[in-house]
Design a protein around this ligand. Sequence first.
Ligand SMILES: Nc1nc2c(c(=O)[nH]1)N[C@H]1C(S)=C(S)[C@@H](COP(=O)(O)O)O[C@H]1N2
Ligand SMILES: [Mo]
Length: 253
Amino acid sequence: MKKFLADKSGLRDHAAPAIARIERRLFLRKGLSLGALAMLSGCDVTNDETVDKVLSAMSRWNDSVQAKIFDPNKLAIEYPESAITTPFPFNAYYGEDEIRLVEAESYKLELSGLIRERKPWTLPELYALPQASQVTRHICVEGWSAIGKWSGTPFRTFLERVGADTTAKYVGFKCADDYYTSIDMATALHPQTLLTFRFADQILPPQYGFPMKLRVPTKLGFKNPKHIMAMYVTNTYPGGYWEDQGYNWFSGS
Ligand SMILES: Nc1nc2c(c(=O)[nH]1)N[C@H]1C(S)=C(S)[C@@H](COP(=O)(O)O)O[C@H]1N2
Ligand SMILES: [Mo]
C-alpha cells in the first residue's frame, strides 16, 4: 500500500488509506488506476472530500453488485485436515497482549431486533445445538490467509430456532472488544456460515474469539466476528468497525 501512496503527495493524509485500498482493488481486479478513476468520475483527485464521496458511492454500488451476483448455493472450498495451517495466525485491531477474556459462567448471548424469541443464550444451551464442522480458508485483507477447522451450529439453524425474520436485510454483531460488523441475510443463511464454538476440535481459545466466532468462509476475515456478545436482525444498514473506515461492506472472498 505504501508503494502506491508514495507518489500521491497532493493528497491529504486521511483520504490516502481509503484511496490506496480502493485503488488496489481497482488496479488488481479491473486494471484501473487512480488516474483512470479521475477521468471516469471527472473528479479532482487532489480534493479528498470529493474523492471520499466518489469512492464511498462506488463502494456502496459495489456492495449492491456483489449482493446481486452472490450465489447462495456456491460453496467455499473445503480442505482436508492435513491442509490446516499451524500455528494459525491471530489477528485483531489490537495486539495479543490485549486479547479479551470472556467469562464462561456468566456469558449470555443477547438477541435483539427482528427476532421472535429474544431470550439470552447461555453457553451450555448453545453447545447443545446441532453441530457441524468445516475446514476452510480464512482470507485477511492485510495480505495473509490460513486454513483452519471450526465447529459449531449452522447459522441458518440458529436463526430459524430463534424465529429471526429471514426476510430482513442484515444481521449485526457486537463483540466483547467493541468490535462490530454485519452481514447480508443471504450470507447469514448460506450453508457454510457457522456459529462456531470450537477451533481445531477444542473450545475456542481466547485469541480465536472465545466463546464464539461467526465463521463466514464466503467473506473476508474482518466479516468474521470473534467474541460475539450480541446479535440483532435489522433493515437499517449497521456498518462495521473496518467497514466504517472505508473497507468495502460486502467483502466477498
Ligand atoms: N471481535 C473481533 N473480531 C474480529 C477482529 C477483531 O479485531 N475483533 N478482527 C477481524 C479480522 S481483521 C480478522 S483477519 C480475524 C482474525 O481471526 P483469527 O485471530 O482467528 O485469525 O478476526 C476478525 N474478527
Ligand atoms: Mo483481517
